[in-house]
Design a protein around this ligand. Structure first.
Ligand code: GLC
Length: 742
């Protein structure tokens, strides 16, 4: 008897171990069982994502037939629950739907656009923003967001730079991973967690001419060095899904790119999440000219590992025939369905498919406070002739410009569910918070950013003449950035430049506050202003945040996540560029060329006659109301072998009068390698707070595997030789110290 008992006990323990060893084994077992029961129509149904049409009868019938796996853009919780009820209680297998929505930088409480959040260099800002977005969106039944967008881009003409975290793979990786964490929470099955979606896989930000959807030419080593790392970081952060990009890479549309989606994403990175196409991107394989028809597009996409077809109907119309004809193995369909069911199990949708209707889920005080803080940390001080913060000696303040009181515009792009009535504009905040201390005169001068009607400028100038200081809120309407909203001229739209020039003539001190979805070419406007605060699009609480910054309740700490060109002709211009054989030095610019000079050297180095070789502001640049000094960098060794690590440290001192934050940046350069490497690459950063006079020593560890690169054989290598290290306030400052990797 005893033997039998101990055997039984052993069996129990073994089963439990097996269970706990692979916690998902029970999910995989359930998935396998479900798949074994599904018809081919039901399998293909799971791979079909449709946009919400309310309680449309045809939609309800499709759900009942089990031929819809996901719905996007339905945000009426009662409709969500009713459609879910049909799926769960009326379809044959009761597989729940997953409801998706672009909750990119907030659902109702809107945070700064991701480019602005990246300027905070604070992953907590991104994580908290995503967490609040998830809490608000999940309250209406959204359990899948199509974010974070982790496309690196070096082209501010591209409208979607607004949704990106800028030009650097390391910063984008850190911020993107933080957003994944925020969206998905500690447990994906919590009702307030929503599945993240790393997008757009991949290389979308390299669109030629900064024109959306345009072709890209990306050598694999550049793809792996620059464009893929943030996606790998999203995998490591546990992103539940990925989305294909619209572009082709070297002629292969991403939705048909087996090397990208299978070799790299599945086989190299061992990714088991869901890969969804972008809107119609499977169908567009034909438009790319990479498929004869929708059927061939479907075949290419399923072969390239795309699990779900967002509004493309390719799978719906052709996959069954492709499987029945033997052109496509049903195993490929089963794999796709497996990935789809897995995300639904992980979200707990089988156990809890319905959404509990909540009251006042939106705009909670703590959400608004977090959004205000995010907007404060996202603003970058570009210039300050001691005008900011506003001195109490000023009694009358003119608030002008088309963005001073434009609630809708300060949300920025991808803010479908935002409500202007809940936004606080800069003018409203300044009146509310400082209307008693100062006389405020408000005159927009222009009605909207593209306004070409100059009649209002006279009034704005008149207001300025009556004031002691002028606050100009300029920039772009929200619609001028985002998807398919690219600009070939990235100066201030409309007559804003004329407005600023007229204001300048009054001789009054000018604070220029820019709210935009991209870097703008505003060199002249900056020269006409005494202080410039770049706020990107700051979201619901942009007003109170900017008021605190302008009047000194908060101190600017943001740093640029993207290079600001002097003129559009410099693009692409970015900090991590190669040195070239003739780096831009001792050149003569166009205004310095003597008249009648014969064909002579103007400096045979890499520069533009009419722009020089430097941008307006470099990546990582940002001022404060205080100043900081950086000590010489100290290294723990002068030599390092490939297995060791080296520590670099620097002491930063707040040499001014105000407590402030400083973003300390670590850059490394591989001085001589088998391939020319960038003159600097960001390898670390730390945001510190220092009281006036306080010092702090910041230390960074550098390991060999952080400073390698992908070579022509598609291998990640770190080669011996000299490496230079900077710890600096931006990507152009500081003195390097060297070490040798043995
Ligand atoms: C759009 C975008 C993508 C978005 C999707 C759903 O075209 O490219 O980022 O998530 O469609 O709205």
């Amino acid at each position: 008897m005893f033997k039998f008992k101990s055997l039984f006990l052993l069996l129990i323990i073994a089963t439990l171990c097996f269970q706990c060893k692979s916690p998902n084994s029970s999910v995989e077992t359930k998935i396998d069982k479900l798949i074994s029961e599904m018809t081919i129509e039901e399998k293909i149904g799971q791979m079909n994502q449709l946009t919400g049409l309310g309680l449309n009868d045809d939609m309800k019938a499709q759900i009942k037939n089990g031929t819809v796996g996901s719905i996007l853009n339905e945000v009426d919780v009662n409709i969500v629950n009713e459609l879910q009820r049909i799926a769960v209680e009326e379809s044959r297998l009761g597989i729940p739907l997953i409801f998706g929505r672009d909750v990119i930088h907030g659902y109702k409480t809107i945070f700064p656009i991701p480019l602005g959040q990246a300027a905070s260099w604070n992953p907590k800002v991104a994580e908290i923003g995503a967490r609040i977005a998830a809490q608000e969106a999940s309250s209406v039944g959204i359990r899948w967001t199509f974010a974070p967008m982790v496309d690196v881009t070096r082209d501010p003409r591209w409208g979607r730079i607004a949704e990106s975290c800028g030009e650097d793979p390391y910063l984008t990786s850190i911020m993107g991973a933080a957003m994944v964490k925020g969206f998905q929470g500690d447990k994906m099955s919590d009702a307030s967690s929503i599945a993240a979606c790393a997008k757009h896989f991949a290389g979308y930000g390299a669109a030629e001419a900064g024109k959306d959807y345009n072709t890209t030419w990306i050598p694999e080593m550049l793809l792996r060095d620059v464009f893929l790392p943030p996606f790998k970081a999203a995998v490591d952060a546990g992103a539940a899904s990925f989305m294909c990009s619209f572009n082709d890479i070297n002629g292969v549309p991403s939705s048909a790119n087996k090397h990208l989606n299978v070799d790299i994403l599945r086989n190299e990175w061992k990714y088991d999440g869901l890969l969804v196409s972008d809107w119609g991107s499977i169908e567009q394989i034909e438009d790319h000219g990479a498929a004869e028809n929708l059927k061939e597009a479907a075949e290419k996409a399923i072969t390239a590992g795309v699990d779900m077809d967002m509004m493309g109907f390719a799978y719906n119309y052709h996959l069954k025939e492709l499987v029945n004809s033997g052109k496509v193995s049903e195993d490929l369909v089963d794999n796709a369905v497996r990935n789809i069911l897995r995300i639904k199990f992980r979200l707990g949708l089988f156990e809890n498919p319905y959404t509990k209707v909540q009251k006042d889920a939106f705009y909670k005080p703590e959400a608004l406070e977090a959004a205000k803080n995010a907007a404060i940390e996202s603003a970058v001080l570009l210039k300050n002739n001691s005008l900011l913060p506003i001195d109490k000696k000023f009694k009358t303040i003119a608030v002008v410009g088309p963005l001073a009181d434009a609630a809708l515009e300060q949300f920025g792009t991808w803010s479908f569910d935002a409500e202007p009535a809940h936004a606080i504009t800069p003018l409203a905040a300044i009146k509310q918070m400082y209307g008693k201390e100062y006389k405020i005169i408000a005159e927009p001068g222009l009605v909207f950013s593209r306004d070409s009607n100059a009649t209002g400028i006279t009034k704005a100038v008149a207001a300025a003449r009556k004031a002691d200081v002028v606050l100009v809120f300029a920039g772009e309407e929200a619609i001028l950035s985002g998807e398919a909203h690219c600009r070939a001229d990235i100066s201030l739209p409309g007559l804003q430049n004329q407005l600023i020039a007229e204001l300048k003539k009054t001789g009054k001190p000018i604070v220029l506050v820019v709210m935009a979805g991209r870097p703008l070419t505003i060199e002249k406007q900056i020269s006409e202003s005494d202080a410039v605060l770049y706020a990107f699009h700051g979201g619901t609480m942009a007003g109170p945040a900017l008021a605190d910054l302008i009047f000194g309740k908060a101190v600017p700490s943001g740093k640029l996540p993207v290079t600001f060109p002097r003129m559009v002709g410099q693009i692409p211009v970015y900090y991590a560029h190669k040195n070239t054989g003739r780096p831009g030095t001792n050149f003569v610019t166009i205004d310095k060329i003597p008249i009648g000079v014969f064909q002579t050297s103007l400096g045979n180095t890499s520069f533009h006659l009419d722009a020089g070789d430097k941008p307006m502001y470099p990546f990582g640049f940002g001022l404060s109301y205080t100043t900081f000094s950086y000590s010489k960098v100290k290294l723990s060794a002068k030599k390092m072998d490939a297995k060791a690590k080296i520590t670099a440290e620097c002491t930063i001192t707040n040499t001014g009068k105000m407590e402030a934050k400083e973003i300390v940046q670590l850059y490394v350069r591989d001085v001589a390698a088998s391939l020319a490497r960038p003159i600097r690459e960001l390898k670390g950063f730390e945001k510190i707070t220092l009281k006036a006079g306080e010092s702090k020593t910041v230390k960074f560890e550098i390991a060999a595997d952080q400073i390698g690169f992908w070579n022509l054989e598609n291998k990640y290598i770190t080669e011996p030789g000299e490496f230079r290290v900077w710890i600096s306030k931006d990507s152009q400052s500081g003195e390097p110290v060297s070490f040798r990797l043995e």
